[in-house]
Design a protein around this ligand. Structure first.
Ligand code: GAP
Length: 483
């Protein structure tokens, strides 16, 4: 990460805290690593992103319905899904600093340093990453250890190459249910929401009378004991996912994989985020359940990183739950007169990561200095209006002369339709800047002219342009701009 990008990332983190978007969890006790709380504007923004996803996946698709499954599930779920045996990352410890690294992250960080050395370094980095991908795909841990030794990759704390062997580390959190602490009562906090969908496949298919192809969508918390969790809300131990499992006829997975790959990218672009900030990344090492997988990556200030995964999960999950539960999980396809275990295409996006994406896209330090004038600047969050925490700020120019009463009437008229904010304290310029900083796309100012002709000023956050409109036009204009 360049110094400029690092500064921008740090500025976004500070801004998120200062303006009530994201706080460190349990901050008064010095925080809990990789766990975060969302403040007044953050929780509003998070909810709007979730709603935007939910509406596009369920309301806008005849053949997708939602569920809300419990976080705790029968422990056999995780045996069947493969998470007990396979949900682990290869880790390596430095014997001097005792610091633990995910092997791929350690090697990637070394590759990033090589890239900074110019063309020759770029070539070395590419060769290193290529070798890593091949060894990871074969799960050749001895080979990976050798790669680390051969490249003299050091620990960032001790700066030594004194490494342990590579070991697998399971990422699931476990806890106990009931009062008896034996093995039978050990349960897991779900590491993905997907399994709540799979175990409900037949319940949903039958009760909602769904015909294949159809999807089940869900949003909710997931928990992973991430080892490397340093990048703010990018990698958390408690986070939220928005997942959809799309059940299809076996043999049609390639076309549906392409369909969802494109459809999900379109969803991102529909927020007005530029296409050049996105790219696809095909997986080399496939998860234990997938026959094809890719990431939709976004260019965060910390580089291009995964925000969403599209996975062709075959009939792995339903097949395994059928085997472990001894319950039939087949579907009778009346069009071809056949019973089968459906195949699945999954779309899985992290809500917190999408939140960070929106902040990264929106954060702008704009220089407003006019030629010959004093230095002037503003911090503005150019959040897409559809998901902005506050859509409209209503600001009477002064606290007297009947202006607050008119402004309050506008509030009463608009607040049932979209989130509004009222403020009469401080000079109008300062109030505008505060709204810019939380991403409010529109401000209405009630002034003395309002009393004469019923018009107000509407100020646009991004251009800072102001226009006069009649009070009766506010609601329609806002509804149009927001949608
Ligand atoms: N059901 C499939 C699944 O969970 P994944 O690639 O492990 O796939 C899907 O996760 C998405 O969840 C990721 O693209 C990312 O946006 C989000 N995610 C995963 N781990 C996360 C973490 N530790 N913190 C925040 N978001 C995470």
């Amino acid at each position: 990460m360049s110094i400029q990008d690092n500064n921008r990332f740090q500025a976004i983190i500070s801004h998120a805290k200062e303006y009530g978007f994201v706080f460190q969890s349990s901050e008064i006790y010095d925080g809990l690593s990789a766990v975060y709380d969302y403040g007044p504007y953050g929780s509003e923004l998070k909810k709007n992103i979730r709603d935007y996803w939910w509406k596009s996946m369920t309301q806008m698709h005849d053949n997708i319905v939602g569920i809300d499954a419990a976080i705790f599930m029968h422990p056999t779920t995780w045996k069947a899904s493969g998470h007990v045996d396979n949900f682990s990352d290869p880790m390596i410890d430095n014997k001097d600093s005792k610091k633990r690294y995910r092997v791929d992250h350690l090697i990637e960080a070394h590759a990033d340093k090589l890239k900074e050395k110019g063309a020759e370094g770029e070539g070395q980095a590419a060769a290193l990453l290529d070798a890593m991908d091949q060894l990871l795909a074969k799960e050749d841990f001895a080979g990976l250890k050798q790669l680390i030794d051969d490249n003299k990759i050091v620990c960032s704390v001790s700066e030594t190459c004194n490494w342990t062997d590579i070991r697998q580390f399971n990422l699931m959190f476990s806890t106990e249910i009931g009062s008896v602490a034996d093995d039978a009562s050990t349960i897991y906090l779900r590491p993905e929401t997907a399994q709540g969908i799979f175990v409900n496949f037949l319940n949903v298919q039958k009760t909602a009378r769904m015909k294949i192809p159809f999807g089940i969508a869900q949003t909710g918390k997931a928990f992973r004991n991430e080892i490397v969790a340093r990048q703010f809300i990018f990698r958390m131990r408690e986070f939220e996912q928005m997942e959809m499992q799309f059940f299809i006829r076996p043999g049609t997975q390639k076309e549906w994989y392409e369909y969802w790959k494109e459809t999900r990218l379109k969803w991102h672009l529909s927020l007005g985020i530029p296409a050049e900030k996105y790219r696809y990344h095909d997986h080399v090492k496939l998860a234990h359940y997938a026959d094809a997988a890719l990431d939709i990556e976004y260019e965060f200030p910390i580089g291009f990183k995964e925000v969403e995964g599209i996975h062709s999960r075959t009939d792995y999950d339903l097949g395994r739950h059928q085997q472990f539960s001894n319950k039939k999980l087949t579907y009778f396809d009346t069009e071809i007169n056949q019973h089968y275990v459906p195949y699945v295409i999954e779309t899985s996006i992290g809500l917190d990561r999408m939140f960070l994406l929106v902040l990264s896209h929106a954060y702008d330090e704009e220089d407003l200095t006019k030629e010959g004038g004093p230095k002037d600047s503003r911090v503005v969050l150019r959040i897409p209006p559809a998901i902005a925490p506050i859509k409209l700020a209503v600001l009477p120019l002064t606290k007297k002369d009947g202006l607050p009463e008119i402004a309050r009437q506008i509030m009463d008229d608009c607040r049932p339709h979209f989130r509004c904010f009222y403020e009469e304290k401080d000079a109008i310029g300062r109030r505008y800047r505060r709204q810019d900083a939380i991403g409010t796309p529109f401000c209405i100012t009630v002034d003395h002219q309002t009393k004469d002709d019923g018009t107000v000023t509407i100020r646009h956050r991004d251009s800072m342009l102001q226009e006069r409109i009649h009070i009766t036009e506010i609601r329609n204009k806002l509804a149009h701009e927001i949608n």
